[in-house]
Design a protein around this ligand. Sequence first.
Ligand code: NDP
Length: 299
Amino acid sequence: MSEANIIDGKAFAAGLRERVGKAVTRLKADHGLTPGLAVVLVGENPASEVYVRNKARQTAEAGMQSFEHKLSLETTQAELLALVDKLNKDPAVHGILVQLPLPDQIAEQAVIDALDPAKDVDGFHVINVGRLSTGTTGANAPMVPCTPLGCIMLLKDRLGNLSGLNAVVIGRSNIVGKPMAQLLIKESCTVTIAHSRTRDLPAVARGADILIAAVGRPQMIKADWIKPGAAVIDVGINRVAGEGGKSRIVGDVDTAGAKAVAGAITPVPGGVGPMTIACLLANTVTAACRQAGIEPPDL
Ligand code: NDP
């Protein structure tokens, strides 16, 4: 058994951020357009604060405008909707990201529904979900959710043409599993979506040329679930107890065992994670171009 190729998401994401930066420089020079991303954080969730800080820093590093809105934990739904309305109307803001989860008094769906679909860089608005599932292209192409977009970029970079391959997606969330399946269908894969009610999941997984794990259960997927030579994309981010009382992050796949069987595999950390923010920046450039009537760059 040979050790699988590790898919270096960190390096690929750095390259994507560089391409985004160059595209921003050209947009400024050729069109006087500076893409702007507004990130809204409600409350003081430490994990969310780290994400928001990283998003703001990387947005600025790519030469874009970053607008941060930190609201108190007591913010009402009406107050948040008023801010979304203001951002929808602000011509300097091309992308809006409301960091989830939101406090209990605010209905997430109401906030997502209030976003201008053209500025919905997370791709969660029903208009974007619908456009992704109908395969709409051109000026009305959807904003695609960042994590699955990052996964498909890594797969295409590694495998080239995905047409005809068997893909199994474990997880059916609106954020990862379902849009991931849509993107794989678009690439002409034969797609199975598995979840907590799937019978004999290891056997289902063993049929996969492409196995996507988006479950949220530490190292659930073992080496003997993987077809030899398969490409394995591990979306999971799970915090587990590490040495010396410290915690560490692991994925949904038992990477140490799986890498001896898989043809290619993303590590955790350093695989899918860095792609998510890089794709958010790419989506912001795409959104800015579409709003300005400019053909978006091929990133
Ligand atoms: P959700 O909790 O929304 O969805 C998890 C899915 O896994 C559900 O469809 C659930 O099935 C399924 N599932 C749970 N247990 C099992 C099981 N034992 N066997 C089979 N299927 C199971 O999670 P998300 O989709 O939001 O996230 C998934 C993982 O990806 C998490 O670890 C999350 O932290 C990570 N993540 C990483 C990102 C990144 O940037 N790298 C971004 C977003 C998420 P059912 O529907 O039947 O309940």
